[in-house]
Design a protein around this ligand. Structure first.
Ligand SMILES: [Zn+2]
Length: 322
C-alpha cells in the first residue's frame, strides 16, 4: 500500500533524489582520470555495517567507491551475525563504516581484522541514553539501572544527527582517498541539502499536532521525538525482537486510551503481531513507521530520504498535525 501511494511530499523528495543522482554522475565525471586506491576495479572498497550507513557511503562515495553491506536486505540489524566471507570483506576493505555497540559481531571483526580501516561513527552521532526519558513506567532501582545503561543507537532517525554523521564520513573518505576529494565534497553537500530540507519538513510538519504521543513497536524514535517535541511510547525496548511483558502491554493500552492515541505503529522487518493485538483490544488502527534499519523486498525501491518523508506523513496522519 505504501509503495503505490505517491503523496506530494514524497514526490518533492524524489525530485530532489533525482537531482542528487545527476550530481553524483557529474562528480564521477570529474574524477575519471583517477585510478583510486582500492581493489574494486580502481574504486575504494568500503564496507558499511547496516543500511543507514550504507546509504551515506553510497551517496557520498558515488562512483569512487565500491560499497558492501554487512546487513542483507530483510535482515534486522540488531545482533547481526557475520559469515566468514563477511569477516574477509571487513579484513580487505580500505574503510569499514560502523556504529559501535549496535552490532557486537561487527565490533569484534573490526577489532580483530580492520583496526586501521574501521571507522566508528558514534562520536559524530553524539549518542545519549534516551531510554531514561521514556521509562517513567519503571520504578526505583530498575529505573536507575536502566538510566546508566546502554546508549540509544538510533541516531539516523534524527536528521540533525544523521547530517553530522554524513559530514564525518565525508571527512573520512577524503582522508583515505584524497584524490577523489572534490567528488566526495560535492556529493556530501548535495546530500546534506536534502537532509536539511527533511529537517525543515519535520519541524514545520510536526509543529501543530493535536496529539503529542505516538506508540511504536521498539524504542527507535526517541531522538526524533525529542528533536520535534513529541513523546514516544515504545512497546519493546531498544531491540525490536524483545518480547514485551504483559504488564507493559497493559500500560501501553492505558496510555492509548487516556491520551486518545489513534494508531499503533509497527515496523516492516518485525512481526506486527504485538502491535495488532494491542490495537485490536483498544479499537485503534495500526500503521507502519519505519525505523529505517534496513530495506526489504517490499521496500527495496525506497531510500533513507523517501522513508523519512513517509514516516513524517504517517506521524502527521496519526497525530492530527495540519
Ligand atoms: Zn532498533
Amino acid at each position: 500500500m505504501k509503495m503505490i501511494v505517491m503523496k506530494s511530499g514524497l514526490r518533492a523528495v524524489l525530485a530532489g533524489a533525482t537531482a542528487l543522482a545527476a550530481l553524483t554522475l557529474a562528480g564521477c565525471g570529474d574524477s575519471a582520470d583517477d585510478t583510486g586506491n582500492g581493489t574494486g576495479g580502481g574504486k575504494l572498497d568500503v564496507v558499511a555495517s547496516f543500511y543507514p550507513l550504507e546509504f551515506i557511503a553510497r551517496t557520498v562515495g558515488g562512483d569512487a567507491v565500491n560499497v558492501t553491506t554487512l546487513t542483507a536486505p530483510g535482515v534486522e540489524p540488531h545482533d547481526l551475525e557475520l559469515t566468514p566471507k563477511q569477516v574477509g570483506e571487513i579484513a580487505e576493505a580500505k574503510l569499514v563504516v560502523f556504529e559501535k555497540e549496535l552490532q557486537p559481531a561487527v565490533d569484534e571483526a573490526v577489532e580483530q581484522n580492520a583496526k586501521d580501516a574501521g571507522f566508528d561513527i558514534t562520536p559524530a552521532a553524539q549518542l545519549e541514553a534516551t531510554g531514561a526519558d521514556f521509562e517513567e513506567h519503571e520504578e526505583g532501582a530498575e529505573k536507575a539501572a536502566h538510566k546508566d545503561s546502554a546508549l540509544d543507537p538510533h541516531f539516523w532517525l534524527d536528521p540533525v544527527r544523521y547530517a553530522a554523521v554524513v559530514k564525518a564520513v565525508e571527512d573520512k573518505l577524503v582522508s583515505v582517498d584524497g584524490a577523489n576529494a572534490a567528488g566526495y565534497h560535492e556529493r556530501a553537500k548535495a546530500l546534506l541539502e536534502q537532509i536539511g530540507k527533511l529537517d525543515t519538513a519535520y519541524k514545520t510538519g510536526l509543529a501543530t499536532c493535536k496529539l503529542k504521543t505516538f506508540v511504536t513497536s521498539h524504542e527507535a524514535f526517541a531522538y526524533l521525538a525529542k528533536r520535534y517535541g513529541l513523546t514516544m511510547v515504545g512497546i519493546a525496548g531498544f531491540t525490536p525482537d524483545a518480547e514485551p511483558a504483559p504488564a507493559r502491554i497493559k500500560e501501553v493500552q492505558d496510555i492509548v486510551k487516556a491520551q486518545h492515541v489513534t494508531t499503533i505503529f509497527y515496523e516492516e522487518l518485525v512481526s506486527p503481531k504485538v502491535a495488532e493485538t494491542i490495537a485490536k483490544d483498544v479499537g485503534v488502527k495500526t500503521a507502519v513507521l519505519s525505523p529505517i534499519e534496513g530495506l526489504s523486498d517490499t521496500n527495496s525501491k525506497e531510500t533513507y530520504l523517501t522513508l523519512m518523508q513517509e514516516n513524517l506523513q504517517e506521524l502527521q496522519k496519526a497525530n492530527g498535525c495540519s
